[in-house]
Design a protein around this ligand. Structure first.
Ligand code: UD1
Ligand code: UDP
Length: 364
């Protein structure tokens, strides 16, 4: 069984790390294709180093571009690699343009596509990721769902059968594997002078929050108000998509402390010490839940409703001045029953076993 992975962004490196590590450890033949959709060292190389991942066999150097151009360049790069390497299956994770390009290129080449983190739906077609994940699920031939919910959602779209699996999430594999190590090894609290629960942790990179500077300004004003009310500072590792005009907005926000994107261990340490997490990130919604941190999700909807069910997370779409103060108070009043709905931290093992069974009869 020869597997090919196509990845390109920070979260894909994190969430495919358990699978790639298992291939290396078990001596399974694999090919790693990196589109370089993310290319800054702090979005890319830092994670390969932290996880001890071998370099990609193929770096396509695609970088940033409008979606159509980016997808086209990715497919131009992936197709000849698949023709040369002839993998038995292409594994893609999640909902990025890199994942879609990997899935499309494989499908056109007649190679089975395995979709990790299958079946998630926000039902919000304005999100580029929603289209990507729907398309990927409809061209895949094996589906690895975090929980029973996604099996149900796929069935509603006619996708069912023995190749739909509930495995838990590979993002959770990484969280459970590294969370204790993060506490032991990260010195981010000391280097930033942070005390346990003495700060709010913010990340914000979705187009719906960052593309319109007026919206971003209102959102950051609401964050500043919450921080003032709590007498806490906000630590904000900034994603590179934040444009110049948004940076201007942050200039006069005295409570919001911007920092460069951090490595995974530092992020897990920051999450575990935060008084409250504010995020529009998919991965961080899950991590906050697994690490038992209350979380305001800065979006009107989520494709990850599992954390809402614990009572420890809340959607906030309003950018009204006191919206976050009120939401944080509601969260404090709610009965939180923490659980980890994302698996046992060994999703990678179940995925590899299922693929082995599925692909073996074809003589792979
Ligand atoms: C992408 C994914 C999103 C995911 C996010 C993870 C799509 C459609 N979106 O969004 O689902 O949540 O990655 O972080 O695939 N940039 C840099 N350096 C980099 C990377 C990006 O400066 O290394 C800047 C560029 O200005 C670029 C912008 O960020 O235009 C957006 O990058 P892009 O990869 O297109 O989308 P993300 O917003 O990162
Ligand atoms: N992350 C990180 N450093 C940062 C910001 C995020 O290590 O400065 C991690 C985070 O813990 C999670 C993943 O990156 O595992 C989420 O990536 P991102 O928010 O970019 O994408 P999304 O999950 O929204 O697709």
């Amino acid at each position: 069984m020869h597997l090919a992975f196509v990845l390109g962004t920070r979260p894909e490196i994190i969430k495919l790390s358990s699978l790639i590590t298992a291939c290396v450890r078990d001596g399974l033949p694999y090919t790693l294709i990196h589109t370089n959709q993310h290319y800054a060292a702090a979005m890319d190389r830092m994670f390969f180093e932290e996880f001890g991942l071998p370099s990609a066999h193929f770096n396509l150097g695609v970088g940033s571009a409008p979606a159509g151009v980016q997808l086209g360049r990715m497919m131009l790069g992936i197709e000849p690699v698949l023709q040369e390497m002839k993998p038995d299956c292409v594994i893609v994770q999640g909902d990025t343009n890199s994942a879609l390009a990997g899935g499309l290129a494989a499908s056109k080449a007649g190679i089975p596509v395995a979709h990790v983190e299958a079946g998630l739906r926000s039902f919000d077609r304005s999100m580029p990721e929603e289209t990507n994940r729907i398309l990927l699920d409809h061209l895949a031939s094996s589906w690895f769902c975090p929980s029973p919910l996604q099996v149900e959602l796929l069935a509603r779209e006619g996708i069912r059968g023995p190749d739909v699996h509930i495995t838990g999430n590979t993002g959770n594999d990484a969280t459970l594997h590294y969370s204790q190590l993060a506490v032991e090894r990260s010195n981010i609290h000391d280097s930033l002078g942070l005390r346990h629960e003495g700060y709010l942790l913010l990340t914000c990179h979705r187009p719906s929050n960052t593309d319109d500077p007026e919206h971003f300004a209102q959102l950051m004003h609401a964050v500043q108000r919450l921080a003032e009310e709590r007498e806490l500072q906000v630590v904000f590792p900034v994603h590179p998509r934040l444009g110049q005009r948004n940076w201007e907005v942050l200039r006069n926000k005295s409570r919001i402390r911007t920092i460069d994107p951090v490595g995974y261990l530092d992020m897990l340490a920051l999450l575990q010490g935060a008084a409250l997490v504010l995020t529009d990130s998919g991965g961080m919604q899950e991590e906050a839940c697994v690490l038992r941190r209350c979380c305001l999700i800065l979006r009107p909807n989520t494709e990850r409703p599992e954390s809402l069910e614990t009572g420890g997370a809340k959607l906030v779409s309003s950018v009204a001045e006191d919206a976050l103060i009120e939401a944080a108070q509601e969260l404090e009043r709610s009965q939180v029953v923490w659980k980890n709905p994302f698996g046992d931290g060994k999703a990678y093992r179940q995925i590899l076993e299922a693929l082995h069974k599925q692909l073996s009869p074809r003589g792979c």
